[in-house]
Design a protein. Structure first.
Lengths: 259, 319
């Protein structure tokens, strides 16, 4: 575990010193909230039952999920570059567990996702989202984000372990990422989807993190955000399974790449 | 501060084999017995199996067959003990350009569980050893090739390893940097009692540094010995000929001469070990004239490890 913390520390230090990366990390979610949220909100808001600011609140968890998966993609890319540059060999020759190499990378992804989530929430409040003031809700929400980011980090590491080509990696991961966002209830409610799409959304972990975040982070009438089809405990269970599954897939692919 | 290792062998390998998939046999039964406190050089053309052998000994790859002990530990069953006892410099640069020299050494030592005090002392000592103090806090992206190599070398030394693996430590460096790294390697053996396994593309380097040399090709060790043992078996002089025409006929004629100890052909180069070079030169040229072979280039020289290499691998070493 101390090796994982050392590697986490190294990744975080590199990110914090990289001004462009830091600015991008903070600006991108703000752009989503302000441009997409406010734009769509002004179109849909008046028609929605919760009023003008309702859509911003509704889509904020989706932006958090999107940002977390974007962070995981970036983390997978760091992993790929470390493999291509042979830096992973330095870790492999050290007396540390193989899993800790993976965990160091994944933990830095999770840390960044949590920081970005907080930024999104703050910007959300500024543009008028109704955020819960219950600290337990925040804690639960951040736990869901951490689990989702961990699972996605594992999947990104899996893709990054299976190729030596950054272009191929980004192509594959984008193909995977797009349906995860749009085939979920992140941007539109489950109720209005056609049945085939609703089935897709129900096997998509994004739906569970988004629903869970609507329960825990928002201060709006639960009926309005239509969370009643999925209970909160199921959100936590699904995200826990997704986190374990993702890490297992990433670890398996990593081990295979060492043969 | 000489390091004593069980049965005095730093590295002991028995029948190491590595296959990649069905078709590729990278290492085909390598046996090694490297005594501690020696410098051992593995020489071989590209693709000979040097790096794969090192990757197995440093626990990055598991052997398909065979076993090996490094610093007294089994490379598969006691991989973590092996990792704690060795230092490695890989063939390709494995530095993170965004870090500084000090950060590189510090993070490395943290992975091995060294305390902060230990790390600081060691970093200062090793930076001084390779004269990198001035660049210590600069990003590695500003380093020259030689500086990067020196930094990688001392990264491998941070944990005071018993056995040091250096895969092409001087590849692509200018002669001055090569000579410096060579000096450091000898110092490590003599002052710190380390055992060093290195691979190199430079024959002269192996000749100067190594106590023992092994020539490896197609995943097998072809011959092993001290540099002088290997060179001595080539004869007093070596005549090297390049030419065109009926080579086979010419070689047959040369073989009939009693003076000629060795003949090698590879890449169109003919190499003849003789008892006295300048005296036999005339004889050999006249043989070429008798046969249908045109000599384009001929030289006489004292044999070197390069000639030994050519004899055993049939390939000329490019440096």
């Amino acid at each position: 575990m101390s090796a994982a913390i050392t590697l986490w520390n190294k990744q975080m230090m590199k990110s914090l010193r990289n001004t462009e990366e830091m600015i991008g990390m903070l600006i991108q979610p703000v752009l989503w909230v302000v441009l997409f949220g406010v734009g769509m909100g002004s179109l849909l808001g008046p028609a929605m039952p919760g009023g003008d600011d309702f859509y911003i609140s509704f889509m904020l968890p989706g932006i958090i999920a999107l940002t977390a998966s974007g962070g995981a993609i970036g983390g997978g890319s760091v992993w790929l570059m470390e493999r291509i540059q042979g830096i992973v060999k330095e870790y492999l020759a050290a007396p540390i567990p193989r899993l800790s190499i993976l965990m160091g990378n994944a933990l830095s992804i999770v840390t960044k996702a949590l920081l970005q989530s907080i930024v999104i929430l703050i910007v959300g409040v500024i543009v008028g989202a109704n955020i819960s003031t219950n600290p337990l809700g925040w804690l639960g929400g951040l736990a869901l984000v951490a689990g989702f980011a961990l699972g996605f980090a594992g999947i990104a590491i899996m893709f990054a372990s299976n190729t030596d080509n950054p272009g191929a990696y980004h192509m594959m991961i984008m193909l995977f990422n797009l349906p995860l966002l749009f085939l979920s209830n992140a941007l539109y409610p489950l109720e209005t989807m056609p049945t085939w799409m609703r089935i897709g959304a129900l096997i998509n972990p994004t739906t569970y993190v988004v629903t869970g975040l609507r329960y825990t982070l928002l201060d709006v009438d639960p009926n309005l955000v239509q969370v009643e089809t999925i209970p909160l405990w199921l959100c936590f269970l699904a995200i826990a399974i997704f986190a374990c599954l993702g890490m297992w897939l990433g670890y398996r692919a990593f081990k295979k790449s060492l043969k | 501060m000489s390091k004593v290792i069980k049965n005095n062998l730093a590295i002991e390998a028995r029948g190491l084999v590595k296959r990649f998939g069905e078709d590729i046999l990278a290492v085909d039964g390598v046996d090694l017995a490297i005594e501690s406190n020696t410098i051992y050089a593995l020489l071989g053309p590209n693709g000979a199996g040097k790096t794969t052998t090192i990757n197995m000994l440093t626990t990055l790859l598991e052997p398909t067959e065979g076993t090996a002990n490094v610093a007294g530990f089994d490379i598969v069953k006691q991989a973590n003990d092996v990792r704690s006892s060795i230092g490695v410099t890989f063939q390709e640069t494995t530095l993170d350009n965004e870090l500084t020299g000090v950060q590189t050494l510090d993070y490395h030592a943290r992975l091995y569980g060294m305390s902060k005090d230990q790390r600081q002392t060691k970093i200062a000592e090793l930076l001084a050893l390779v004269e990198l103090e001035d660049a210590a806090n600069r990003a590695i992206s500003t380093y020259s090739g030689g500086m990067k190599r020196r930094l990688e070398l001392i990264r491998g030394l941070m944990t005071d390893p018993n056995v040091l693996f250096l895969d092409e430590p001087t590849l692509g460096l200018d002669p001055q940097s090569r000579a410096r790294i060579g000096d450091y390697i000898v110092e490590l053996k003599e002052d710190r009692g380390m055992s060093v396994l290195l691979t190199t593309h430079y024959m002269d380097e192996a000749e100067q540094l190594a106590d023992k040399v092994a020539i490896i090709d197609h995943g097998k060790i072809l011959i092993e010995g001290t540099p002088s043992e290997l060179v001595d078996q080539m004869g007093a002089d070596v005549i090297t000929i390049a030419g065109q025409g009926n080579k086979d006929d010419f070689i047959e004629k040369v073989n009939d001469l009693s003076c000629c100890e060795t003949i090698t052909t590879g890449n169109g180069i003919i190499q003849i070990g003789v008892d006295a070079g300048s005296r036999r030169l005339v004889e050999i040229i006249s043989l070429a004239n008798e046969t249908d072979f045109t000599v384009e280039d001929i030289s006489v020289a004292k044999p070197s490890l390069g000639d030994v290499f050519l004899k055993y691998t049939g390939r000329q070493f490019r440096d």
